[in-house]
Ligand binder design. Sequence first.
Ligand code: CDP
Length: 228
Amino acid sequence: HVVVIAVDGPSGSGKSSVSKAVAARLGLAYLDTGAMYRAATLWCVDGGTDLTDQAAVADAVRAMPLEMGVDPSAPTVHLDGRDVAEAIRTTEVSTAVSQVATNLDVRAELRRRQRAIIEAEGVEDGFSGGAGIVAEGRDITTVVAPDADARVLLTASEEARLRRRSLEVHGAADASAVEATRDQVLRRDRDDSTVSQFQVAADGVVTVDSSDLDFEQTIDAVLAVVAR
Ligand code: CDP
């Protein structure tokens, strides 16, 4: 039996680092679906696609040559053969990604690719896991893999999320760095609100609130859900 673990959560909840660690701990593959939406955004921006033209964006994404590497110790994102791990994290991409991610044809295309990767459990790129996969994002527990063996909604207070995000982006979490992060994070929460709602966990999804947990404690809390 191939194990599928689905983790959803908002920006700054720690879902990427925690999911990666859980996958490594369990010897599973790891899929960052947010990186796929970011890659789709970069592909459109670099290709000069008008982001307000929904049909053009959908066409571009359907033709996007994207390869996701699912080894949790070294996950990779290649776009047309180019390593775009850093290029998909720029402010420009972070600012534009919700516009691409709310396009329903884009979601259908990426959902199809995500399911194919989950079903292949990472075997395709030579990652030797093969036992299963941890997939994280915003609609994995509800839409992409509602039948997953374990489904976790990783939440955190707004204060904790802004502090973490600030550390990631600015390398600091003093008042001015947190303030600089606030607008971006809260605007993206709002722009994403049609595709992801985190107020209430869907049926059968276990909420893990990481506000007062450190990294190791959060990993343990997710592993405890998996062991249920
Ligand atoms: O930077 P952060 O961890 O908050 O987000 P991410 O996981 O890199 O995802 C970037 C963006 O992709 C989100 O803001 C959503 O617009 C979109 N996304 C989505 O719509 N569905 C997913 N399953 C994952 C990400």
